[in-house]
Ligand binder design. Structure first.
Ligand code: ATP
Ligand code: MG
Length: 695
């Protein structure tokens, strides 16, 4: 027992007073509301270890859930590191799948139901019936709507009203989408298939409707922990409530500023309202950022300070705890190829200076962006791993390895597991020494990762053999959870949540990519959608421990028109005198009175009044300095009051937007904005220019 106490003391010594309060809180509801890198995940893993060590709960009675397979893997690894064996750490879906497999015979009988992998085919059939277009993009959007509705516990009948209320951008008229949803459910049920959301629905129903199932479950699991709770959907919350029953042994941690799945029905409300639901809960706020240098933290604070309508409870200011590091770098490129090449070159420099290659990540908004970086890294002989995708398991060498391992597992060889795996992979290309670089090196790294996984399994599991190892691989392939490959991580911002690296490259930061084009539509959902994009950017920058790089390219391909603009989120962060902060040059009239105003972004002639005023067509992304617009509006309000005239007499909204987009810094640039003539220039020019200059 003394040893146990000493171990527990050591465990608790690595925590600050607030983390300690959450870790040592007695059994019952606990909520940690805190910003990125403040140790939320660390707090829950330590809390689980402490509860287990002090005998409050057995490891096997703990169920920790999170939202991605990768994050669940991270939780398991950290728990293992703390010496906790047997606690479950899974995604909601994986936990539900396991429970359903167990309870199914009792709640449904012996009818066989299979998991539906991907719903596009059935959605396609349903769309055809409903007379909705069946283009791949429309089908994906329809599937998203079905998923959103199911995650939000909305039935087909209620879909149209709910979609209008939530201002969904529906791919077809809402009643049509509802009928696709209804038919999809019918087709799926007739084929005896369950989709991912059904796993959760049926799990909740099994516990809600079958008393003996609920009793057995609640006897088995007694302590629940949820990481990243800000992204819980109503459906997941229902499952969680079914797990809990009337008990309150629930620890949740999250950061409302990292809510990045609202488009899929997630909401930070349950996190922010936790203490209302459990008035006796221990609530802890953490503000010390242990992950990042003060330079990175300062930038992260600025990013999130620009957010609109932040709910109470999410206004935290992070304080960096680490020693100083380099200033974040901002770089603009002519095209994406130049951007990727420069990123690869900088990565090589970092590796040469001693940063481990697995401590480097390139993060982007959409998966399609990875390709340019895969190429640039291959050319630079730097190994990489694409995360957030199934790609590891679809690599040819990994498939080949799986086939070899599977057939060997039928007649397992003698000897210890890692040696056996290595021997099986040698014929496929696992040489003793790594090949120099390029594709061969990439192949070698994947195979090595498989051996390392065998080593890990052998060291953590008694009697681990080839059969067990192959089962682990299959499970990971299904959960899209690749083993750690020594290489630079390429990941989407969504897939990077909860993770951290020494060096992070946030790339492709242009309007239309971040924020993404569909968040910029003219419809009213846009402000919320743009805010979600901002939080996504915040997630990205807060992944960096030390080196942070932010870049964008003005054209997609080499030689193309440099018509893009740097992301609005980045614009306000640029250091003074950064080349990209130069103001928009006034457009010179192009010969004679025939010259028509043209879009300053795509150069097409403008005809609509509003477009002329803004100097761009409605389809082109705005590059609005939102803070400046706010200031301009405040100023206009004051001036209008002084002059006793309506505000639009000073400037119309469109003119203010045009100023905030174009940021003119001298009178000639200002007067070139439509709606500003000599009189206005004389009356208001100085005021406006000094506002633009930030005075
Ligand atoms: P995110 O919001 O990004 O998920 P988080 O709040 O979960 O972040 P963690 O990942 O738990 O943060 O911690 C961030 C980093 O800081 C980790 O490397 C962790 O080990 C370290 N850390 C956390 N708390 C402490 C502490 N008290 N002392 C030293 N290091 C700490
Ligand atoms: Mg975390």
């Amino acid at each position: 027992m003394a040893g146990r106490t000493a171990q527990d003391d050591r465990l608790l010594a690595g925590l600050d007073p607030e983390q300690l309060a959450a870790v040592r809180a007695p059994r019952g509801p606990v909520c940690v509301l805190a910003g990125a890198g403040t140790g939320k995940t660390r707090t829950i893993t330590h809390r689980i270890a402490h509860l287990v060590r002090s005998g409050h709960v057995a490891a096997g009675q703990v169920l920790a859930v999170t939202f991605t397979a990768r994050a669940a893997g991270e939780l398991r690894a950290r728990l293992r590191g703390l010496g906790v064996e047997g606690a479950q750490a899974r995604t909601f879906h994986a936990a539900a799948l396991r429970q359903l497999r167990y309870f199914w015979p009792r709640v449904v009988g012996d009818q066989q139901w299979d998991l539906l992998e991907g719903k596009l085919r059935l959605v396609g059939q349903a769309a055809q019936r409903a007379g909705v277009d069946t283009e791949p993009e429309t089908l994906r959007d329809l599937a998203t709507e079905v998923e959103w509705a199911k995650a939000s516990l909305i039935s087909p009948d209620d879909y149209p009203a709910a979609a209008a209320k939530a201002r969904r951008q529906t791919p077809a008229p809402a009643p049509r989408v509802a009928s696709v949803y209804r038919d999809y459910e019918q087709l799926k049920n007739r084929a005896r298939r369950l989709d991912f959301d059904d796993l959760l629905l049926h799990t909740a129903a099994a516990l809600e409707e079958h008393g003996e199932v609920a009793d057995e479950f609640r006897d088995r699991y007694r302590c629940f922990v949820v990481d990243e709770y800000q992204d819980v959907t109503p459906l997941q919350q229902r499952v969680l409530d079914a797990w809990l029953g009337r008990r309150d042994d629930l620890t949740v941690v999250g950061d409302a500023n990292q809510t990045i799945y609202s488009f899929a029905g997630a909401s930070p409300r349950p996190l922010l309202d936790f203490s209302r639901r459990f008035p006796e809960a221990t609530v802890v706020r953490l503000e010390r950022d242990y992950r990042s240098t003060p330079q990175v933290v300062a930038l992260a604070n600025k990013v999130i300070a620009g957010a609109r309508d932040r709910p109470a409870g999410s206004r935290l200011r992070l304080a960096g705890q680490r020693p100083d590091g380099p200033e974040p770098r901002f770089t603009e490129f002519d095209d994406e190829h130049a951007e990727a090449t420069a990123v690869a070159a900088r990565i090589t420099e970092l590796i040469d200076s001693g940063v481990p290659v697995s401590e480097i990540a390139v993060l982007y908004r959409v998966n399609a962006q990875s390709e340019e970086y895969e190429q640039a890294l291959t050319e630079a002989d730097v190994p990489y791993l694409v995360r957030g995708g199934e790609r590891f398991f679809t690599r040819p060498e990994v498939r080949q390895a799986m086939t070899a391992l599977r057939s060997a597992a039928a007649e397992p060889p003698d000897g210890e597991l890692p040696g056996a795996v290595r021997a099986l992979l040698e014929p496929i290309g696992l040489t003793q020494q790594p090949p120099p670089g390029g594709a061969a090196r990439q192949r070698w790294e994947s195979l090595l990762a498989l051996v390392e996984l065998a080593e890990e399994l052998a060291s953590t599991t008694d009697g681990a053999n080839l059969e067990r190892y192959v089962a682990e691989l299959e499970q990971r392939a299904q959960a899209q959870h690749p083993p750690t490959v020594e290489g630079v991580t390429l990941a989407s911002l969504h897939a990077a949540k909860g993770l951290e690296w020494d060096a992070v490259f946030c790339v492709g930061l242009v309007e239309g990519t971040l924020p993404i084009q569909h968040a910029l539509g003219e419809n009213a959902a846009s402000p919320d959608a743009v805010e979600e994009e901002r939080r996504l950017f915040y997630v990205g920058v807060t992944r960096a421990r030390e080196h942070l790089w932010l870049s964008w390219a003005l054209a997609r391909s080499t030689g193309a028109r440099r018509g893009r603009r740097c992301s609005r989120f980045v614009y306000g962060l640029l250091p003074e005198n950064h080349p990209s902060t130069r103001p928009a040059a006034p457009r010179k009239p192009q010969g004679g009175s025939a010259a028509k105003p043209r879009c300053r972004i795509c150069d097409t002639p403008l005809t609509e009044t509003l477009a002329v005023k803004l100097g761009r067509c409605s389809g082109c992304p705005a590059n609005l300095d939102e803070v400046l617009l706010e200031r301009l509006k405040e100023w206009r309000f004051e001036r209008a009051r002084e002059l006793k005239v309506p505000a639009y007499v000073v400037f119309t909204d469109a003119t203010l937007v045009a100023i905030a987009e174009q940021r003119p810094t001298d009178p000639s640039a200002l007067v070139s904005i439509s709606g500003i003539g000599a009189t206005k220039l004389e009356r208001f020019g100085d005021d406006v220019l000094s506002l633009v200059r930030g005075e």
